[in-house]
Design a protein around this ligand. Structure first.
Ligand SMILES: [Zn+2]
Length: 406
């Protein structure tokens, strides 16, 4: 064989070998796709109980505060296409416009919008405030995060601590909850070269399922959250943030602004499909700004990675001889008696019960589990879909808010 032929063959072999992991992952995504389809086909009929499940997303930016060129109409269309009931906007402030006032609010195309803001405070604290505010001082050193929390909650606003992994000092108190999962943070941890080749092989067939190759359990944030709740004097609701900007990708434009080529890796419609917050309202209650705010404040909600199967219908409740409560609530341990916790899911999974952050019980291959507890504590549930394989055997499909047994 000629020398150049040998060299070309060797190069070809190296090229094929280097692509093997990406080709293999494309094959696995194909299998995952089929498994999710069959899982969704096995869903049990919806519960006939006292609650209705509304799904929505939180932590969304438009072009208003910079960092994004997302248009209102893209956001409304994406929410509508995902059948979302609500979207919580969280705009960055601007020196020129009150972005929280200017952003989407009220009902658009059947979707309820809340107009929030994302405020930076000293100590790497970022707060999602709903309805939004303008920063209370000229620069972020003229106020503290605690000032904002105290003032905003006194005014009836919701306050969630975003990016909790960055917060240096956890003496903060009075906030409503924390963003235990942030889609943007998760995607930043992935190497671009890996994402590029995975994209090359899998993007055209499974653009959304590419998320399965990067999804990681937010273990450190969950631990922090459990510690705060188990401490006894603070209660924090867990939410997931999409942190949707629609700004990752490539865009070539004419001087008039007309796009020549646009390749977006995080369009709103895709982001809104991956992870959501489901809110439970009592049947007969209408979803409006007030009921949504109140349900989020009380933690009548759960986080679900709906991409892997619609989590609508999940319930986590507690019952004694005299009380019946749902996630987010407190329930009193009756003297000499216990509290019956019940978790149920629309498809079978692995149901993991936590007490003060420690695994208290694990039930495999089950759609429902009742657990009788006789001790006070903060109880919550994570649901895993082991049958879907990696990463769903190690990263949760559903994260409930806790029930506080006092
Ligand atoms: Zn943000």
């Amino acid at each position: 064989m000629k020398r150049w032929k040998k060299v070309s063959l060797a190069l070809l072999a190296v090229l094929i070998l280097s692509q093997t992991p990406f080709i293999y992952r494309r094959y696995r995504l194909g299998r995952l796709h089929a498994a999710i389809e069959s899982l969704n086909a096995q869903r049990a009929a919806a519960h006939d109980d006292a609650y209705t499940d509304y799904k929505g997303v939180l932590h969304v930016h438009s072009m208003l505060g910079g960092h994004s060129n997302g248009r209102f109409e893209d956001i409304v269309q994406a929410a509508h296409a995902n059948n979302l009931a609500f979207v919580v906007m969280t705009e960055h402030p601007s020196a020129y416009v009150n972005t929280a006032e200017a952003t989407l609010k009220g009902s658009h195309d059947g979707v309820l919008f809340l107009n929030g803001s994302e405020i930076s405070a000293p100590g790497e604290v970022r707060l999602l405030v709903v309805p939004g505010i303008e920063p209370p001082g000229p620069d972020s050193n003229s106020f503290t995060a605690q000032d904002i929390i105290t003032q905003a909650t006194r005014e009836g606003r919701l306050v969630f601590v975003a990016y909790p992994e960055q917060v240096r000092d956890w003496q903060l108190s009075g906030f409503d909850g924390m963003e235990v999962y942030n889609l943007y943070t998760n995607s930043q941890r992935v190497s671009y070269s890996r994402l590029f080749f995975d994209g090359l092989w899998s993007y055209w067939s499974y653009p959304e399922l590419l998320f399965a190759t990067i999804y990681e359990k937010p273990a450190a944030n969950l631990k922090r959250w459990d510690e705060i709740n188990a401490g006894g004097n603070r209660r924090a609701v867990a939410v997931a943030g999409n942190d949707a900007h629609a700004n990752v990708g490539l865009s070539l434009r004419q001087l008039t602004g007309q796009p020549i080529l646009e390749l977006k890796l995080d369009p709103y419609e895709r982001s809104f499909r991956l992870v959501r917050n489901h809110v439970l309202l009592e049947k007969g209650q209408t979803l409006d700004a007030e009921s949504l705010t109140s349900a989020l404040r009380q933690g009548h909600s759960f986080i679900a990675f709906d991409l892997f199967g619609d989590a609508g219908g999940f319930r986590f409740s507690a019952e004694t001889t005299s009380e019946k409560k749902i996630m987010g609530d407190e329930i009193t341990l009756p003297p000499g008696g216990g509290v019956r916790l019940t978790a149920s899911v629309p498809v079978k999974g692995r149901l993991v019960f936590f007490k003060n952050g420690q695994v208290a019980h694990e039930e495999r291959d089950a759609a429902r589990k009742e657990l009788l507890v006789n001790e006070p504590g903060v109880y919550r549930v994570e649901i895993y879909l082991d049958q879907l394989g990696r990463p769903l055997d190690a990263a949760p499909w559903i994260i409930s808010n806790p029930i506080y047994v006092r």
